[in-house]
Design a binder for this molecule. Structure first.
Ligand SMILES: [Fe+2]
Ligand SMILES: [Fe+2]
Length: 313
């Protein structure tokens, strides 16, 4: 069995958040560019100072994001993903134990407390997503997804879960089959040894068409990590698990790649993931939520779907 110890992660919360924000900004702008009302079609949109600075920010985000993806795309191999799962399930890994609310507070402290410039704290992003879903009258389980969907980022701070940012954030994709051209910066996959592998480099690789989206081995990141944590420890429905597991799977839920792998029933999951996306991407500009006022409501909501309260991370 492979050794469980890995190099200590670069446990820099603010740096993780900076790359997360840049990734989100690129996703927002890519979404605008591909939608009917393109953001880039009229010069006049960038006339004001605010727009110019937004555009500069986008440029900077692109540079930063490109460097990030170059590393993620080169290192997310089948071998790496098998090893990451083996570490996650290893009987010698000491799994931290805490409630969901404690996890929210921990993430907040680890990522934000040392960074006065963070625009919005983790707890605010999670509560804003949840509150937007609640305001729209969506089911309680979906509100809970809003509240927890990024808690997998804690993996950066837990022993044996992640080596660096490239294993935590960024758009996700399956390994074990050809990397789709619709992934962001697809040319950077050339540095991944799997792209020229005799099996992994083929269109379907280790899979069969129609094998089911849940049977793909998704690259290691905060989506997959949280999915593994909650799938056996919550009573959340399959749509909720899909929202958690695939919320960064933009090549699938936005670009329409990897559709050949879908099986009967997966349409409903895709529909769910797409329904969740705006609450993740666009709720950041909403009013700052009052944490202490909202806490009792969400504590009850957590208890409803996490019956054993303290869970293993
Ligand atoms: Fe996320
Ligand atoms: Fe998020």
């Amino acid at each position: 069995m492979a050794a469980v110890d890995i190099r200590p992660a670069q446990r820099d919360g603010p740096a993780l958040e900076a790359i997360t924000d840049a990734v989100a900004m690129v996703n927002i702008l890519r979404g605008m560019a591909t939608s009917e009302t393109t953001a880039f079609d009229a010069e006049s949109r960038f006339d004001s100072d605010k727009d110019k600075s937004a555009f500069r920010k986008y440029d900077e985000a692109c540079d930063r994001v490109k460097g990030f993806y170059a590393e993620q795309h080169a290192k997310q191999t089948v071998a790496h993903n098998l090893a990451a799962r083996q570490r996650f399930y290893s009987p010698t890994r000491k799994r931290p134990e805490m409630t969901v609310w404690e996890a929210i507070e921990k993430l907040n402290a680890l990522i934000d407390n040392s960074d006065p410039d963070t625009e919005l704290s983790q707890i605010h992003h999670l509560l804003q997503s949840a509150e937007a879903i609640r305001r729209d009258g969506k089911p309680r389980w979906m509100q809970l997804v809003g509240l927890i969907h990024d808690l997998g980022k804690l993996m950066l701070f837990f022993d044996g879960c992640a080596e660096g940012q490239w294993e935590v954030v960024g758009d996700t994709f399956p390994v074990g089959c050809q990397f789709d051209e619709r992934c962001i910066y697809p040319e950077t996959f050339k540095a991944n040894p799997d792209s020229s592998h005799e099996v992994y480099g083929t269109r379907y690789g280790i899979y069969q068409p129609g094998c089911g989206i849940n049977n793909l081995m998704m690259c290691w990141g905060h989506d997959e990590y949280l999915y593994l944590v909650i799938k056996d420890q919550s009573t959340l429905p399959p749509e909720a698990l899909a929202m958690v597991r695939f919320h960064s799977f933009y090549p699938w839920h936005r670009e329409g790649a990897y559709m050949d792998f879908m099986a009967e029933g997966d349409e409903a999951l895709l529909h769910a993931v797409r329904a969740f996306n705006p609450y993740d991407l666009y709720s950041k500009s909403d009013e700052v939520p009052k944490v202490e006022e909202l806490k009792p409501y969400y504590l009850e909501l957590i208890d409803e779907f996490f019956p054993q309260k303290v869970i293993k991370w």
